[in-house]
Design a protein around this ligand. Structure first.
Ligand SMILES: [Zn+2]
Ligand SMILES: [Zn+2]
Length: 328
C-alpha cells in the first residue's frame, strides 16, 4: 500500500518542480531581450570567458572578439552610457541596461556619460592594444559585482548571416543551469587536455563530461530521448580541437544541434570513423578542408537546443552512431 501511495506523491512532487522551473525561467527578464554583437557581422571569439575563482585572482572577465582598428563598436543592447573615457591607459565604455551592465574596451568613444543608446547603436571605434596578434574588442557583462559570460547576450543560432534570437528568459535559465552544471562537474570525469584516448584520438576540449551518451529526460524538450553523444561542459569560446586528422565533410546549422561540423577520419584500426561537433558559436574550417590532429576547428557555443555552453560530440563507426566514449 505504501508503494501505491508513494508513486502519485513522487509524480506530484516532480510535476511541482517542473512547474516551479518553468515559472522561474519565465519570470526573470534580467538579461536584455533584444541584443546585437558589439561588432558588425558575427565576430570570431579569440578568447573565451574564464572567470577567476577569487575576486582578486587571475582570469579573463569577458570575451575577446576579433576586429580591425577603427571598426565601429556597437551597443549590445539598449541602455544608458555610465562611463566613457580613459581607464588605466585605455578607452572604456560602460552601458547600463538595468540589472546588468556591458563593458567595451579598448574603444575611442563617440558617446558620453548619459547618452541613451538603442541595440546596435555605435559607441565608438575599436583601438589596438588588448590582444597581442590582432585588434580585438574585450566585451564584458556584469551583474552587481559578478562577471558573467557576455556570450549569454550573443544572438545565437546564426546561419548564413541570419540570427535566431533566443528569448532572454531561456538564456537566463540556461545560465542558471550552467552554474548547476559547474557544481556537478566535480563529481564527473574530466577529459584532460590532449589526453591519450584510444585509437590515437584525443579529446576535442579539456572539460568535464556533463552528460553521457544514453537515454535521458531532455532538459528543453521535456521528453525521454536518446542523448546521441557526449557533452563536454566547456565554456563558450573554448577552442574545439580536431581529435584526429580528417576531412571536413559537412558544416551547417540545425535547429536542434545548432552549428554542426562533420569530420571524416577515414579508416582507423579497421573502422570508418566520422566525428560530429555541435552547438559551436562558430567554426573556422570549411567543407573540403583537411585538418590535422589538434587543429582548431571552431569555438564552443550554445547554438541550437543547448542548456548553456557545451560541446556535444558524436561518433559514427562504419556509419552507425555509437557512444563516443566507446571509441575514445
Ligand atoms: Zn580580454
Ligand atoms: Zn549533448
Amino acid at each position: 500500500m505504501g508503494r501505491i501511495l508513494r508513486v502519485p506523491v513522487l509524480m506530484l512532487a516532480a510535476g511541482l518542480l517542473l512547474l516551479l522551473g518553468a515559472a522561474g525561467a519565465r519570470a526573470d527578464p534580467e538579461l536584455p531581450t533584444r541584443t546585437s554583437w558589439p561588432l558588425r557581422g558575427v565576430p570570431q571569439v579569440l578568447r573565451g570567458f574564464d572567470p577567476p575563482s577569487t575576486p582578486w585572482g587571475a582570469g579573463h572577465r569577458g570575451v575577446d572578439l576579433a576586429g580591425q582598428v577603427g571598426d565601429q563598436v556597437l551597443a549590445a543592447a539598449a541602455g544608458t552610457v555610465t562611463y566613457a573615457g580613459m581607464l588605466a591607459g585605455r578607452g572604456v565604455i560602460v552601458v547600463d541596461h538595468g540589472a546588468v551592465r556591458t563593458t567595451y574596451e579598448p574603444v575611442s568613444p563617440s558617446v558620453s556619460v548619459g547618452t541613451r543608446v538603442a541595440t546596435g547603436d555605435p559607441l565608438g571605434t575599436l583601438d589596438a592594444g588588448h590582444c597581442a596578434d590582432q585588434a580585438c574588442l574585450h566585451w564584458g557583462l556584469i551583474r552587481g559585482d559578478t562577471y558573467l559570460d557576455p556570450l549569454l547576450l550573443a544572438p545565437s543560432g546564426q546561419a548564413g548571416g541570419s540570427y535566431r534570437l533566443v528569448p532572454a528568459s531561456e538564456r537566463t535559465a540556461a545560465a542558471k543551469r550552467a552554474t548547476q552544471r559547474q557544481a556537478l562537474q566535480q563529481a564527473l570525469p574530466t577529459a584532460a587536455p590532449g589526453s591519450a584516448a584510444a585509437h590515437g584520438f584525443s579529446f576535442p576540449v579539456a572539460a568535464a563530461i556533463t552528460s553521457p551518451y544514453g537515454m535521458r529526460f531532455h532538459p528543453i524538450l521535456h521528453v525521454w530521448k536518446l542523448h546521441d553523444g557526449t557533452d563536454f561542459g566547456a565554456a563558450c569560446g573554448t577552442p574545439i580541437l580536431a581529435p584526429y586528422a580528417g576531412v571536413v565533410t559537412q558544416r551547417y546549422f540545425n535547429e536542434g544541434y545548432g552549428n554542426r561540423l562533420m569530420v571524416d577520419h577515414g579508416t582507423v584500426d579497421g573502422r570508418h570513423v566520422v566525428s560530429g561537433f555541435n552547438h559551436a558559436v562558430s567554426y573556422v574550417v570549411d567543407v573540403g578542408d583537411h585538418v590535422t590532429k589538434g587543429q582548431v576547428l571552431g569555438y564552443v557555443g550554445q547554438t541550437g537546443y543547448a542548456t548553456g555552453c557545451h560541446l556535444h560530440l558524436m561518433v559514427w563507426l562504419d556509419g552507425e552512431l555509437v557512444d563516443p566514449m566507446s571509441w575514445y
